[in-house]
Design a protein around this ligand. Structure first.
Ligand code: MRU
Length: 344
């Protein structure tokens, strides 16, 4: 996998040979972004089980459970991780119930991981089409963090909407928040969009309000790490501030995320676990120290934007509008976009 910690300065790849390698890559942000984490975990499980020396299904099942637990312990907020592990467990259970051998199970897990990967790319493409319809012919779009090809199996969620709007012939320019402290916006979003030839301007996070007040933003689109049943959205720290600013300035605030990001088991944002990462991400940029020794540091990696700030949630199955409790449940159940629009 491409090492996202090194972008945009160098494009280097990390080779994972064991499930533990994949878990480490997720934990240390070699790979990040909710859907990408889920896909990587599924691939990691398939890889780990492919290398298993177990001869009987009993021992194989014990190893499978251990590897699933290892993946689940990597990062807590993005629900796509737990969703992907559940998909792998379901595939395993179905095959085991049908009397699959150890070799059959290995093949079944490989196939399931590839399906999760392929479905994610397809979801991003469809989400892009739904989202592009919400973008005016000329639009200055602000985005936060990186919800692009790097954060998914390909194409992106929020950046998928932007890409689809450009492909539809719309004249789009992008303001990319730098996204302190890990700089996903400055490093990764800008890298992706510049490579695509999309006009991109990087701003520091504290410039977003001024840009809106100056009339230089038409809409905001971001991704999500977990969307609660009531439409509260956990996403990269700083998203909440952008949402409040958007509302104050009367700008649409869209969230683009696949159904695998919707967590109907969590009633609202208060139930979403927020990862607190190490102090060094805040105290240093690279090897350069920014803060004095002795100063305390906080580093919550995500925040929760209450549903009241969210204009619409764009998924591969259609666009949900408030009130979200019914609209999201209908989407997850499989209702078509028309039915969801009727609910809004
Ligand atoms: O800590 P990260 O970089 O994994 O956080 C990523 C984000 O918050 C993204 O906005 C989110 O996962 C959506 S990615 C399509």
């Amino acid at each position: 996998m491409i090492d996202q910690r090194e972008l945009p300065v160098s494009e280097v790849y990390v080779t994972c040979r064991t499930a533990a390698d994949v878990a480490k890559a997720i934990r240390t942000m070699v790979i990040r972004g909710a859907p990408a984490i889920g896909v990587a975990a599924a691939m990691g499980i398939a890889l780990g089980m492919r290398r298993s020396r177990a001869t009987g299904t009993k021992q194989f099942t014990t190893e499978f459970q251990r590897i699933c637990d290892m993946m689940a312990a990597t990062r807590p907020t993005a629900v796509n991780l737990f969703w992907a592990i559940e998909q792998m467990k379901r595939a395993y259970a179905d095959a085991a119930q049908a009397g699959a051998s150890v070799d059959d199970l290995k093949h079944r897990l490989d196939a399931e991981a590839i399906r999760i990967h392929d479905d994610d790319v397809a979801s991003c493409r469809t989400m892009g089409v739904h989202g592009a319809a919400l973008v005016p012919d000329e639009a200055r779009i602000l985005t936060h963090c990186n919800a692009g090809a790097l954060a998914t199996a390909g194409y992106g969620t929020a950046l998928g909407v932007i890409r689809a709007a450009v492909e539809a012939g719309k004249r789009v320019t992008v303001l990319a928040d730098e996204t302190r402290p890990f700089l996903q916006g400055a490093r990764l979003t800008a890298w992706e969009l510049v490579r695509d030839g999309i006009d991109t301007t990087v701003i520091t996070d504290n410039m977003a309000g001024a840009m809106m007040r100056l009339g230089q933003v038409d809409l905001v689109v971001v991704g999500a790490d977990r969307i609660a049943a009531n439409g509260d959205v956990a996403n990269k720290i700083g998203t909440y501030s952008v949402a409040v600013l958007a509302k104050e300035h009367g700008l649409p605030f869209y969230v683009a995320a696949p159904l695998s990001t919707i967590d109907l088991k969590t009633a609202d944002g208060t139930g979403i676990p927020i990862e607190e990462r190490g102090a060094r991400e805040v105290t240093h940029v690279g090897n350069a120290r920014l803060t004095p020794e002795g100063a305390h540091v906080r580093n919550p990696a995500f925040d929760v934007t209450p549903a009241t700030y969210v204009t619409a949630i764009i998924t591969e199955r259609g666009v949900a509008r408030p009130p979200y409790t019914d609209a999201l449940a209908a989407l997850v159940r499989g209702a078509q976009p028309a039915a969801v629009s009727a609910l809004s």
